[in-house]
Design a protein around this ligand. Structure first.
Ligand code: DAH
Length: 366
């Protein structure tokens, strides 16, 4: 009995002196753990005579309760001390200025797409989109490129192994032109849209990446001719490059989906090693640069889209968005557009607060 009392008091004293939760836990295991001395004593009860057990059981239980209570009390005291320490040291000074958060920026491709939407909205164009996973009917056939057409081979297409429910070959669209077809099929005529988005071709060097961006333009109405196309492109490019002296040259070309087709060149000069658009390409110190493809929508394309080409005519154009960004903002390597390098974005990105608007200027400064 005395021995049990002594042992219990020693244990309680050690518990009351425990300086940390770890030390306290060691003491708990020593006494109350599976192999602890109190637990061992509890096991001896089973082998005792009933009389003996009646005497010893309350003593052993008492020791166990005393130790358990001491542990609980010490634990509460240690918790309270810990809280006190935290309250004393972890203060927040609400008068300090907020910390600088890392800033995001708008990617030049997004910026240019927003600028295009703004400029064309002012000319009465809506923005349409189509799927990046296309079928070969929308991407090729309906654009007057049948199976055997050589232009198909020139597109370096990424094909999927599967065909869709109509047996059409699936692919990653190689241009935004299929949105022309989808728009006419879904909405009929008249049409006035631009369709910006990602396109894919198996090609890669400093000026080609397997994914890049285009914007398609389509106008379908009655009596549309090349003059409308030229005026629209001129108005667009003047607004986009924010210069009145943009000069275009229309050169005969060939695209299966337009007839006639024209390649549009724009005059430029080299200033400080950079191409700056403006002036006639024939002026001294100037040259022409090929900028975009366009033309009068081929009758067959209008037919494929389910409209009557005797009633409806139109023009279309397609231009590289990344290319427009490079020309306007002076980047020289297309691959950097898609590296996700924060330093490049810090340099060429735009503030989210600089929304391009016609009234405030579409060419917000980085
Ligand atoms: N889809 C063509 C390409 O990716 C670009 C193009 C040319 C689009 C002429 C047009 C067009 O709408 O009329 O190379």
């Amino acid at each position: 009995m005395d021995e049990l009392n002594n042992r219990t008091q020693t244990a309680v004293a050690a518990i009351e002196a425990a300086a940390t939760h770890d030390a306290l836990d060691t003491l708990r295991v020593e006494a109350l753990g599976k192999q602890g001395w109190v637990s061992q004593l509890m096991k001896t009860l089973g082998k005792m005579t009933p009389e003996e057990r009646q005497e010893k059981a309350p003593q052993i239980q008492g020791a166990r309760t005393a130790i358990a209570d001491a542990i609980d009390a010490r634990k509460a005291a240690l918790d309270a001390a810990e809280l006190e320490r935290k309250l004393a040291t972890e203060t927040i000074d609400l008068t300090l200025p907020a910390p600088q958060l890392p800033k995001g920026s708008v990617h030049p491709v997004s910026q240019v797409m927003d600028e295009l939407a703004e400029i064309f909205a002012d000319l009465g164009f809506a923005v349409n989109t189509g799927p990046e996973i296309e079928d070969d009917w929308h991407n090729f056939t309906a654009l007057n490129m049948p199976e055997s057409h050589p232009a198909r081979a020139m597109h370096d297409t990424f094909y999927f192994p599967d065909h869709d429910a109509d047996g059409r070959r699936m692919l990653l669209r190689t241009h935004t032109s299929p949105v022309q077809i989808r728009t006419m099929v879904a909405e009929g005529a008249p049409v006035r849209i631009i369709a910006p988005g990602r396109v894919y071709r198996s090609d890669s060097d400093a000026t080609h990446t397997p994914m890049f961006h285009q914007v398609e333009g389509l106008v379908i109405d009655k009596g549309i001719h090349l003059g409308h196309l030229k005026w629209t492109l001129e108005t667009f490019l003047k607004a986009f490059f924010e210069r009145e002296d943009i000069v275009l040259r229309l050169r005969p070309s060939y695209f299966p989906f337009t007839e006639p087709s024209v390649e549009v060149d724009v005059g430029f000069e080299v200033v400080d090693g950079r191409r700056v658009l403006g002036g006639s390409g024939d002026a001294p110190g100037h040259a022409w640069m090929e900028l975009l493809g366009s033309g009068v929508v081929n009758r067959r394309v209008i037919e494929f889209a389910g409209l009557d080409p005797d009633e409806w005519q139109g023009f279309a154009f397609g231009v590289g968005v990344d290319r427009l960004a490079m020309l306007k903002y002076g980047m020289d390597d297309l691959r950097a557009f898609f590296d996700g390098d924060r330093r490049w974005l810090d340099h060429y990105g735009f503030s989210p607060f600089d929304q391009p608007t016609l009234s405030a200027g579409v060419g917000a400064k980085a």
